[in-house]
Design a protein. Sequence first.
Lengths: 550, 217
Amino acid sequence: MRLSEADSARLAGALPQAPTYLQDGTTVLSWLNTRDHKRVGVMFLASVIFFFFIGGIFALALRMKLLQPGPYLIDAVSYNRLFTLHGVVMIFLFLIPSIPSAFGNFVLPLMIGARDVAFPRLNLASFYLYLAGAAITIWGMLQGGADTGWTFYTPYSSTTPTQVLPILLGVFVVGFSSILTGLNFIVTVHTLRAPGMTWMRIPLFVWGIYATSIIQILATPVLGITVLIVAVERFAGFGMFDPARGGDPVLFQHMFWFYSHPAVYIMILPAMGVISETVSAFSRKNTFGYKAIAMSSLGIAFVGFFTWGHHMFVAGQSTFNAGAFGILSMFVGVFTAIKVFNWVGTMYRGAIAFKTPFAYICGFLYFIVFGGMTGVALATTSLDIHWHDTYFVVAHFHFIMVGASVMGFLAALHYWFPKMFGKTYPEGWGLVAASLIILGFNATFIPQFLLGNYGMPRRYYQYPEHFQALHVASTAGGTLLGFGFLIILIYLTIALIWGQRSESNPWGSKGFEWLSASPPPTHNFDELPTITQMPHDYRTHEPPGVLHVA
Amino acid sequence: MSHEAAQGLPEGILAHHFSSLERQNEAMRLGMWLFLATEILLFAGLFTGYAVYRFQFPLAFAECSRHLEIALGTLNTIVLITSSFTVALAIHFARTDRRRAAVICLVLTIGFALAFLGIKAVEYTAHFHERSLPGKYYAFEGVKILGAAMFFTMYFLMTGLHGVHVVAGMSVLSWLLWRTLQGRYSSRYYTGLEMGGLYWHLVDLVWIFLYPLLYLI
């Protein structure tokens, strides 16, 4: 890695620091009208955290109701609305934009040695589209919300009297934001890499985001047209999915899952990218199997397009189709396993620093392995018929989407907190919250695996009394989980305002994003760095906090 | 000195984060092609629906197709293909510094787009009169086979979405016309115009597929 003389002198403290991106204009307007990828990333981060807590409150309300088998606290219709909104908010407003739009925006250009993303104005437009979509969705919620579940299955979604239309439009608009962000990242990676950064020197987080962007571009438009057709069906009675008019509701399921299954990989691939970065940084060891990790990301993105039928094993597809979709789904497990082995290989005989991000790495590995294994089990058609639409499925996808993805999100949040804001978070509280969250998560969803296996169907308002003990256990776990997140929110807010100034590279990480100062100046680098080696090359020994400047 | 001036370019063309205009043009082209891919996938959902229902109701689809105004459909195809030609000419004239000719070609293209919408409006009016409408509004006396309403559902969804794209394309072309009048595009820089042209070709191309599917087969 080579920096310009001015940059390296500045990092060594010989020159006065250039104003950071946080100091360059402090008015509200300077943020709202910014073209800086870092500011857009920070605004996305604040928004997704906000929606994470909204979705979390819905989840807790659901769990509180489920303490009792009969009617309790809320009525059945509100219950249906709550689980719909929980799904919609968590998936479209939190998980999908979480890592790519927040952290991807912030660190991707830094990692590849660019001054910005390829289309900065489009990037800001993507943020406003996200806000607009979110606003429409919230407006729909205030009007009473929908009760279809986040999957909007027809013909129920085209006939229910609840407010499906604004929610559909919100999802449609947020989808555009997702497409534009993905498009921007792909073009950025192709055209703005620093001199010397060949494709095989790109940081693994960037590979993860790149694979994600491919899915965002190719799958999201299909969801767009699908929700649009349902919207037209609702206000104009076109009947494309209406069996009374010769329409086929199963066609809706095909089109919906063509996006919504790959969407799961939009949520998990960036988290895998974060783990690939942090596992090297905190093991202080070169990435084991760089090419295998990079290529398996593309493998997941590719095979992810041919697995959607496993959501429809009981929707009347042929045995041949079901078998083919089942086997294709299992390939995802192969690619994921390749990654897991390489991460563990990276840790092996490394000098592990057990900081908060590393705790989340461990949590991630556990959740991805168990979530993944139950996924392979669910892809087996004969087993799926028993588990279909039960809590088993709910627990499985929460293990991946919440367990693994949120672990990745939290690892990224702690690892890049000093990079983004130049502040230190309290390590002790970090570890406390991490243990609470990992424990609480298990306590919430292991009972749900059991409930599902005993036959508890998902989305039911009432249940037989002998399920109550497991439901209470699950609610207790959910409360623990909620406390964990609350602790993080509190200590990060305090750290942000009163926290100690952190060093420029507190982890001594050799990831390329640490080549710039922390927090970085507006245009990232005075002169673009020249890349002469792989990311995370720890073969040369120096004390942490000092960059290797050749 | 800005890095635009250093490369002998007028102000406001080269963004600060690109090292050269070639690089920036490359980024814009790649971005545009990716965007066109998303547009194709947006339409792909409707083409899938068409395929499914054509397979399910072959008789009704063939019968309804024969009740469309084939002369108007053909005329519209000619109009759109010609407009694709004039927008290509506009780019050609801009890159050879013949701004007046470029402006005329852009005006012609926008004119053709308006003509297309006008002809489509004539067809839509006829559909409203004979009640050959989608879904629950279908009351056409001419075809009374199961699936006829579905044909018109697909017809209106596909031509409707395409119509929205024609309007969007027209707005893009009008904006480009304004920029051309300002003298932004020349042999030195014409990528913006080229991107608008690409988008318009896509709008044309989608129609090239809609025309045989809806009118001919």
